[in-house]
Design a protein around this ligand. Structure first.
Ligand SMILES: O=C[C@H](O)[C@H](O)[C@H](O)COP(=O)(O)O
Length: 229
């Protein structure tokens, strides 16, 4: 199986955890797209009563096209389960997310969820975080000052570029993303605290102590890992 087939495998596997009546956080990205397709199919075929809370405009468009009823995070009193992709997962189940620029809404939905599930192909696993660039969302005003500070600190920042316009990418909230090319993150909690305390940083892509279940797409089938918290 290639990477795409592994993503489909875990996307389809994850919706087996969905129960009638659930409020579900719907992640963003190519793996989540497979999950949302499979969810749409289950809702249609089994006439399930599901409310979706989306994590991006892109996911909202897909869910709407499949007829999945949606509410915003502020309109629900709880979210039973959020299913989302991830860019990198360490051996102690910390994660980097935001490679698709949706980390802000993804984190808001995740921290308001009773349970969080990540679905990834096996290439996303690594002993330590950092091989995937760490995205941080910053408001445009003053962003160059943040960029300069990060550079001075040796964090190797680069603006995320929109491949369609070749300009700095704008998130759903009209902010910029700065990617930190770090290669290895020794102390994720310390780094997360430093980044979130920079004025102008809206959110950062380290998702720490957050996931309850990981489904990994492997050649011999999906592996389901329950993370002890
Ligand atoms: O902002 C994007 C999200 O964090 C995605 O969940 C992450 O980038 C994984 O995406 P994909 O499933 O396309 O690899």
């Amino acid at each position: 199986m290639n990477q795409d087939q592994l993503k489909k495998l875990v996307g389809e596997k994850s919706v087996e955890f969905v129960e009638d009546g659930m409020v579900l956080g719907l992640g963003t990205g190519s793996t989540s797209e497979y999950m949302i397709d499979a969810l749409g199919k289950r809702i249609r075929e089994e006439k399930l009563n599901i409310i979706g809370v989306t994590t991006s405009k892109r996911t909202a468009r897909q869910a709407q096209s499949l007829g999945i009823p949606l509410k915003s995070v502020d309109e629900v009193d709880h979210i039973d389960l959020t299913i989302d992709g991830a860019d990198e997962i360490s051996s102690d189940f910390q994660g980097i997310k935001g490679g698709g620029a949706s980390l802000l809404f993804e984190k808001i939905v995740a921290i308001n969820s009773d349970k969080v599930m990540w679905i990834v192909d096996e290439s996303k696993l690594s002993p330590k975080l950092g091989s995937f660039p760490l995205p941080i969302e910053v408001i445009p005003y003053g962003s160059q000052k943040i960029f300069d500070r990060l550079e001075k600190k040796g964090l190797n920042p680069k603006y995320m570029i929109d491949p369609e316009t070749n300009e700095r990418l704008r998130t759903d909230s009209n902010n910029y993303i700065i990617n930190l090319h770090l290669h290895e993150i020794d102390h994720p909690h310390t780094l997360a605290n430093y980044l979130i305390n920079q004025v102008g940083v809206v959110e950062q892509g380290l998702f720490l102590d957050m996931v309850n279940t990981v489904i990994v797409g492997r050649q011999d089938g999906p592996e389901i890992i329950q993370v002890k918290r």
